[in-house]
Ligand binder design. Structure first.
Ligand code: HGA
Length: 609
């Protein structure tokens, strides 16, 4: 959340900053702003409540300067107004700051500064830092770096910050505590960003800052140190993603593009991992050998939002294939409830970006208590990947749409592989192992088949797009899929959608069923098929429209709409059933003319609490 961009070098900063912001806009789109080095020792600021396009219109094209910082905001403190947009400056207008995160003690710092006579121009937590930096400079700090260090000392909370001093525009200072920051190393120019998406057009060489790290950056390079001034030796790594990965190509938006990319994404997740000979998989990145795998007595998935639902699906697979007790819990709850951490439990921290603050905090809690935790992340070099030290890389490729599709699918596929691996070092038979390997191998082609039926799913979505409430019904294996289907619809269409276990309907929610309340029912051909039919009968008897998603034939006349998917295996069918739900939500939201990639009130990569 919140995108930070910075540039220092021989080129004009403004166009580079605007272009970088456009790349990061998925991280926040309440407001946008930039500061570039100007004359008379003061950075020149432009900021607006609105999108990056609005900022572009507001920026004076004659604005010149080779150093600048910029920001796209997802508000936590204060509404989305021009005044609250970043960058923020000190009262003298010398220091400009952009910030991703939350200063938790901002209120008390603000009260203290106000008592000393400070006047604030915004309601943000960020602005206190500008006052503190300016005060440190006035008190004789030897450099901007020194002043930032001093200013950060009393600050509590999470941040990625970039600071520009109008009097010293030959350098920028950045610091990280909890929110991502990466430096891009160019030839006589340096870039700063909260995500490599903003860098890859210019350089493949990146330096990922660690928590508690600060860097002074000039056109020639960078110098890193800890917040308490101990030098750190950070070398650039090669990023490995390219500009094209962030382009829409023929697609109208990123969600549609990422849905279409799933066959390739799943192929990448499976590549080199399926082991036909022993009817298992190889997951080298987990760092777990056969003995470690056998010693695991419980598996717990931790994630937020869709990553949590994918964890629920993973837990079902682990119990079913490996017969190890498994469950999933929101990372945001786990971190605060003083969890019992057992040495024979394998914890799996699930996060697309690898930067989700709550999940990262859960990992830190586990590390502190000596728990065994691996990451399941898409973001290479991300904070969770580094904090875990081992894990399952999702290989989904960059995901830009706020509503996750291909990353969630690859989470499920990765957990199926992990469950198979855990099963095969225990009692899962070779024949069953082989069956699951074959089922995994079939997934990309079967997802393609579903995508080819898009028009039929779109037509169903259009038919129900005037509904204001919907149920997503599933049970046991399909329960997480139902939750994820409801989540997708809520996120991008703003229509209320709720998941329910089929058998639970009669214990309350049936009271809500009438002709204005459609239900999407997941009814795969498994041992609960007949029970799902009964649930549909009960909905139909009360006049509720039914959209069934199934891989088999349903009784004639039972449902209003049927969406058919190929048959894979009872265990992995829920993964396939989730794909039409993505398309359903997508076309539902398109019919309502929603801003699909940038749903209101949300942003991707949730780096605040
Ligand atoms: N607290 C700051 C920055 C918010 C943020 O990082 N969101 O992801 C603000 O409200 O402006």
């Amino acid at each position: 959340m919140c995108g930070i961009v910075g540039y220092i070098g021989f080129r004009e900063a403004t166009p580079l900053l605007l272009e970088g912001l456009r790349r990061l806009e998925y991280r926040g789109y309440d407001s946008a702003g930039l500061a570039v080095s100007g004359r008379r020792g003061k950075p020149r600021i432009a900021k607006v409540a609105g999108r990056v396009a609005d900022l572009r219109d507001a920026v004076d094209p004659a604005r010149t300067g080779g150093t600048g910082i910029a920001h796209t905001r997802w508000a936590t403190h204060g509404e989305a107004t021009d005044a609250n947009a970043h960058p923020h400056t000190d009262p003298g207008g010398r220091i400009a700051v952009v910030h991703n995160g939350i200063f938790e003690n901002a209120e008390s710092l603000r009260a203290q500064l106000t008592a000393e006579g400070a006047v604030f121009a915004s309601e943000t937590d960020t602005e206190v830092l500008t006052h503190l930096i300016a005060a440190a400079l006035e008190a004789g700090a030897s450099s901007l770096e020194d002043a930032v260090r001093t200013a950060l000392r009393p600050v509590e909370g999470a941040y990625g910050i970039a600071v520009l001093d109008g009097q010293r525009p030959d350098e920028l200072v950045v610091a990280r505590q909890g929110s991502p920051l990466v430096l891009g190393v160019g030839e006589k120019e340096m870039f700063i960003a909260s995500d490599v998406a903003a860098l890859v057009r210019h350089t493949q060489r990146a330096v990922f800052l660690d928590d508690g790290e600060l860097a002074t950056v000039n056109a020639e390079g960078y110098r890193t140190s800890t917040l308490d001034a101990r030098p750190t030796d950070k070398q650039p790594v090669t990023v490995g993603v390219v500009e094209e990965d962030y382009q829409l190509g023929e697609f109208p938006d990123f969600m549609r593009k990422e849905i279409a990319e799933q066959p390739d994404a799943v192929t990448r997740a499976l590549r080199g991992r399926l082991d036909e000979r022993f009817a298992t998989v190889r997951l080298d990145g987990t760092g777990l050998d056969a003995r470690d795998l056998r010693s695991i007595r419980r598996v717990k998935f931790l994630g937020c939002g869709s990553a949590y639902y994918a964890g629920e699906l993973g837990a079902n697979l682990v119990e079913e294939l490996a017969r190890i007790p498994a469950d999933a819990e929101p990372a945001s709850e786990f971190r605060y409830r003083n969890p019992v951490v057992e040495s024979d439990t394998l914890y799996i921290a699930v996060s697309q970006s690898g930067e989700t603050l709550d999940t990262l905090a859960a990992v830190e809690e586990l590390n502190r208590k000596g728990g065994r935790v691996i990451g399941a992340v898409n973001g290479v070099g991300s904070a969770i990947a580094r904090a875990c030290g081992a894990g399952l890389l999702l290989h989904a490729g960059p995901e830009i749409s706020v509503a996750s599709t291909k990353a969630v699918t690859n989470m499920s596929v990765s957990f199926a592989m992990l469950a198979l691996l855990l099963g095969r070092v225990r009692d899962l038979s070779t024949a069953n192992g082989q069956r699951i390997v074959t089922a995994l191998r079939s997934l990309p082609g079967q997802i393609e088949e579903i995508l080819r039926a898009e028009e039929q799913i779109a037509e169903a979505a259009r038919r129900y797009a005037d509904a204001r409430n919907m149920f997503f019904i599933g049970r046991t294996r399909c329960w997480p899929t139902a939750r994820e289907g409801a989540q997708k619809l809520k996120e991008i269409s703003y229509v209320h959608a709720e998941a329910y276990h089929a058998a639970e309907l009669k214990h309350g929610p049936l009271a809500l069923i009438d002709e204005s309340m459609p239900s999407v029912v997941l009814a795969p051909d498994d041992e609960l098929f007949a029970k799902n039919i009964s649930a549909m009968e009960q909905i139909k008897a009360r006049g509720g429209p039914i959209i069934a998603v199934t891989n088999t034939t349903l009784p004639h006349g039972l449902t209003d709409t049927v969406i058919r998917v190929p048959h894979n295996s009872p265990e992995l069918d829920p993964i396939l059933l989730s794909v039409p739900l993505q398309l359903f939500a997508y076309h539902f939201a398109s019919t309502l003319d929603r801003d699909i990639d940038k749903p209101r009130n949300l942003a991707k990569s949730v780096t605040v609490e």
